[in-house]
Design a protein around this ligand. Structure first.
Ligand SMILES: Nc1ncnc2c1ncn2[C@@H]1O[C@H](COP(=O)(O)OP(=O)(O)OP(=O)(O)O)[C@@H](O)[C@H]1O
Ligand SMILES: [Mg+2]
Length: 456
């Protein structure tokens, strides 16, 4: 078994958003072992760069040699290379070991603070970019490298070609983060074939884009380390960076960090949620007769959302496709739990999570006065809403009724209750919804309430 190994030759951002911390997270999120040759320490946060200490060039070189001669390097990337002497030793070591190199020609931090000495700009062009397999300038960097202002996609196309022909990297990607438009479009130019391709993703409206360029170039290096061909490595890097921006972290007072772990975390949470749902469905099967008495005309569903940070819409809530039906008097889940399988119960869950992010699960059951009474007697917080009071503008808006009702019920008791009910309206069956932190907790509450009803 071969473990892919990637090296980042870059600076430290003490704020954890960019530089080697972004690169290592990205490498590991993509299943690649990450190593570091540190070029500079920056005292930095989401607002700016406060101080810089360059690492002695001989130590930069020694770090690359140390990992290459022992552990091995399948691909590398460069980030902050602030001086000519550092660039010279990096170029020497890259040539010595022969690994493919992704160059992120970093010139300024997201805050606008410079990360390269002015006199090193020429060395970057002469010594570093020519040895790159892939170089990834953003629009301002492409302007410097191409020698004209890059503002439109057409400028980006021209700049990519000029950079490829004049500085000789194999592939140039002019990134679109600094351009405008509904999509963030990157232009990819292949020097040998003269071919253009585009990377497109919806432009995400956020100021938390600290480290996008670092993560993107690290993801390309990770793909190359795994042996992917460059275009596949680049396409996956675009998917990863889009996720990392979508789930970026609102930290600090400036540009918050991107979140490369968003490539992995939701996938892991999805498995955890399905496992917990399966445990809950086996509880339903064990108590099928008892619960069968409380399945409504519209059938029941049980839902469980991803942790709040990743729970954005109904696709982030697992439920039972085809619902939990009543079959020969018994409650019966129609199929295995699946994300996006419910809109009704998911709508309750997503609404309550805005008020209490821990309350991620719910089941709807048939309305029964005795259930409400028993829940109250057991000390559960019970609240309700009246569908007949629903304002017309809510009634006519698709998907607005449940959030409206749930908010009414929360407001009435000043917290997310354990039980919410409503008595229906024309053509709307009354119902009870039981809420909890997990689906097993929801079922415990339900079974607890039902046994209390039976005892009385
Ligand atoms: N708001 C956004 N929505 C979607 N994608 C974006 C957004 N901003 C940047 N990107 C994408 O992120 C990647 C990095 O591009 P960007 O131009 O931001 O790099 P950068 O300026 O070098 O970043 P950094 O400031 O971290 O060095 C590109 O694929 C770009 O299209
Ligand atoms: Mg950058």
């Amino acid at each position: 078994m071969k473990i892919p190994r990637a090296l980042t030759i870059a600076g430290l951002d003490s704020g954890g958003g960019a530089g080697i911390t972004a690169d290592l997270k990205t490498f590991h999120a993509l299943g690649v072992y990450g190593m570091v040759a540190l070029t500079a320490v920056t005292a930095q946060n989401t607002l700016g760069v406060k101080a810089v200490q360059e690492i002695d060039p001989s130590v930069v070189e020694a770090q690359i040699n140390a990992v290459a001669e022992d552990i091995g390097v399948d691909a590398a990337k460069t980030g902050m290379l602030s001086s000519s002497p550092i660039m010279e030793v990096v170029a020497k070591a890259v040539k010595r070991w022969g690994f493919p190199l992704v160059v992120d020609p970093v010139m300024y931090a997201k805050s606008g603070d410079p990360l390269i000495r002015p006199e090193a700009m020429d060395t970057l062009k002469r010594v570093i970019i020519p040895i790159a397999k892939v170089v990834t300038p953003n629009a301002p960097e492409a302007s410097h490298l191409a020698g004209f202002h890059v503002e439109t996609l057409d400028d980006a196309r021209k700049a990519a070609k000029v950079i490829a022909e004049e500085l000789h990297p194999e592939i140039v990607i002019v990134k679109g983060g600094h351009l405008t438009g509904d999509e963030s479009i990157d232009i990819v130019y292949f020097r040998d074939s003269g071919e253009y391709r585009e990377l497109r993703a919806p432009r995400i409206d956020t100021k938390n884009t600290h480290g996008t360029g670092c993560s993107f170039s690290a993801a390309i290096a990770a793909g190359l380390a795994k042996g992917l061909d460059p275009w596949n490595a680049i396409k996956i890097a675009k998917e990863l960076i889009t996720m990392a921006i979508k789930y970026s972290l609102p930290l600090g007072h400036g540009h918050g960090p991107v979140n490369p772990m968003a490539w992995l975390e939701p996938k892991a949470y999805r498995i955890e949620v399905l496992e917990e749902m399966n445990r809950a469905l086996s509880i339903i099967e064990k108590n099928a007769e008892t619960i069968g008495n409380y399945i409504p005309e519209v059938q029941s569903n049980l839902g469980y959302a991803l942790p709040a940070f990743y729970a954005r819409d109904t696709d982030d809530v697992a439920a039972v496709p085809g619902r939990i039906v009543k079959y020969m008097g018994r409650a019966k889940p129609s199929g295995p739990p699946t994300f996006g399988a419910s809109s009704h119960v998911a709508s309750y869950i997503l609404t309550v999570m805005k008020y209490d992010p821990e309350m991620r699960a719910a089941i709807n059951i048939k309305y029964d006065e005795d259930i409400i009474k028993a829940a109250r007697e057991l000390g559960y917080v019970v609240s309700s809403y009246d569908r007949r009071q629903e304002p017309p503008e809510i009634k006519t808006k698709e998907g607005a009724s449940i959030p409206w009702g749930t908010e009414q019920a929360i407001r009435a008791v000043g917290r997310v209750p354990d039980v919410i009910y409503h008595l229906g309206d024309w053509g709307k069956e009354p119902e009870i919804v039981i809420l909890g932190r997990t689906p097993t907790e929801v079922l415990e509450k339900l079974l607890n309430i039902i046994s209390h009803v039976r005892r009385n």
